[in-house]
Design a protein around this ligand. Structure first.
Ligand code: GLU
Length: 506
């Protein structure tokens, strides 16, 4: 027996932004493929033209690029099974639908949308299936002659699967184990629409087969569709080539009640999409993790832990570690609650862990957006190294690092003025002279000099430390104050003390 090369696919419909659950599906696909030296395919399932949204495909690709999860085959990269956009494969599918009709596993249905609407109104819980199909206008109920006539007259029609009565469809899911469905609960899904486009159900099976997909990961919400797909694999005679299924656990709202939706994000104040998504039709902007200031490494890390763990307490993983440690038996069946505080913790850990050099482009941009041009690269790297442990989201670099590049625009005067004394003015005047004479401009030197002067002047160091900080940064934040002075350098430190002093004594 030859061992097949592992081939997985992410098969999104381009209908809008990419939910974090979608990116987790990509990640698990990717980890599995890379672990077994396989191929990761991106296939765009755009057969539902009514739900097609301009720009959504490019957005999906951008998300994958940002995350560093690039497909081996895709509409953009091409590949041996191109095209990878189902709308461009339209001509492929009819043949399979017709084959199913010939074999008696599918049938033509001529019911008009109005007739179906009427049925839905008249019959509670109407489903087009074994209970009613005998009385509807289709090739099961009409005579062969009538059907031929309708077909010859090019009467609009669809092709539906004929789901068998009283059967059980079973399969083995890599996460859920044995899964069984009662066919009496499954309706006769449309396979080919009146316009000749396949539906998702037919296209997904045909393409997974033609593209030689060996393992199919998708969200749990697709489980109800599985019996239709299994029947199609069987009826088309491809059962032995069917991929191994893995229906991934849902990502739940923070309180564990139900699937995390786009609306929950807006309600609870955190992103649900990978990147900002702008809907041109509604003018609505849905915020993304990227724009909020997440590192892609942190985003992937947090997604990996939503429904998976390696069996130890380890929480921080690089992509390479994930590839090495990922195993299917450690994916849980239960839904995973999303916790935004935990998500931010991952980001803070990743910022800490990152080299200043790799953070530099993002930080530079954040400062630039605030009008700060950090041209001295070495100084910028030094500052990033100093403050990165204090940043949770990338924009925090502005508050934590901005003051190294620009003088305070305003001072927290209420924290200084009421307690200001002439003794303090004296102290800072002498501090300026003392600092001017310092040769070794280092944290410890500055602190020693500062404290010695306070003692000499009989001022408690605590009383002048806060004003000193406010002189340098404007408020009650930032690094250890002598560390700030050391990084700023002599000239800037003296300049800031002098400027602030003028304001404080005024
Ligand atoms: N086109 C489906 C989606 O939009 C794919 C489901 C599957 O992976 O089978 O998610």
């Amino acid at each position: 027996m030859t061992i097949k090369k592992v081939r997985v696919r992410f098969a999104p419909s381009p209908t809008g932004g990419l939910h974090l659950g979608g990116v987790r599906t990509v990640l698990f696909n990717y980890l599995f493929a890379k672990k077994y030296d396989g191929d990761f395919v991106l296939r765009i399932e755009d057969t539902d033209q009514n739900r097609y949204v301009e720009g959504a495909e490019a957005y999906i690709l951008d998300c994958l690029k940002w995350c560093g999860l690039l497909p081996d085959e895709s509409p953009a990269a091409g590949g041996p099974f191109a095209p990878y956009r189902q709308s461009e494969r339209k001509s492929i599918y009819r043949e399979y639908a017709e084959r199913l009709v010939r074999q008696g596993h599918a049938y033509y249905a001529f019911d008009t949308p109005e007739e179906l609407e009427q049925n839905r109104r008249d019959i509670p819980n109407f489903q087009y299936g074994h209970a009613y199909r005998g009385g509807l206008r289709n090739s099961l109920s009409l005579s062969e002659h009538e059907v031929d006539e309708l077909l010859d007259a090019q009467t609009p029609h669809v092709i539906r699967i004929k789901v068998p009565v009283d059967e059980r469809v079973v399969f083995h899911d890599m996460i859920r184990g044995h899964v069984a469905f009662d066919t009496n609960q499954v309706d006769d899904k449309v396979l080919l629409k009146a316009d000749g486009m396949p539906t998702y159900h037919l296209a997904v099976v045909v393409d997974d087969y033609l593209m030689k997909i060996t393992h199919a990961f998708r969200g749990e919400e697709w489980l109800p569709s599985a019996p239709v797909h299994l029947l199609l694999w069987e009826y088309l005679g491809w059962k032995n080539d069917m991929p191994h299924w893995a229906h991934l656990p849902l990502i739940l709202k923070p309180d564990g009640h139900g699937k995390l939706s786009k609306r929950d994000g807006a309600r609870l104040g955190f992103p649900v999409y990978a990147m900002n998504w702008f809907d041109a039709k509604t003018g609505e902007l849905t915020p993304g993790f990227r724009e909020l200031g997440f590192l892609p490494e942190a985003f992937l890390n947090l997604l990996a832990t939503l429904g998976w763990n390696d069996g130890t307490d380890q929480e921080i993983f690089t992509l390479d570690e994930l590839i090495e440690k990922f195993t299917m038996d450690r994916i849980s069946k239960a839904g995973a609650k999303f916790d935004f505080e935990k998500a931010k913790w991952f980001n803070a850990e990743w910022i800490k862990k990152s080299e200043a050099g790799s953070l530099k482009p993002e930080v530079k941009k954040i400062l630039e957006d605030k009008g700060i041009l950090a041209t001295d690269e070495e100084y910028l790297l030094k500052v990033i190294d100093k403050v990165k442990d204090r940043c949770v989201l990338l924009p925090d670099f502005y508050q934590q690092a901005g003051y190294f590049f620009e003088q305070p625009k305003e001072y927290d005067l209420p924290s200084v003025k009421p307690k200001w004394t002439t003794a303090k003015t004296e102290f800072f005047r002498e501090l300026i002279s003392g600092f001017k004479a310092v040769d070794k401009w280092e944290e410890l030197e500055l602190e020693t000099l500062f404290k010695a002067l306070a003692e000499e002047k009989a001022i408690k160091a605590g009383e002048v430390l806060l004003p000193f900080r406010i002189m340098l940064v404007g408020g009650k934040f930032g690094l250890h104050v002598f560390d700030i002075a050391a990084v700023l350098g002599k000239e800037k430190t003296l300049d800031r003390i002098e400027k602030a002093l003028a304001v404080f004594v005024a």
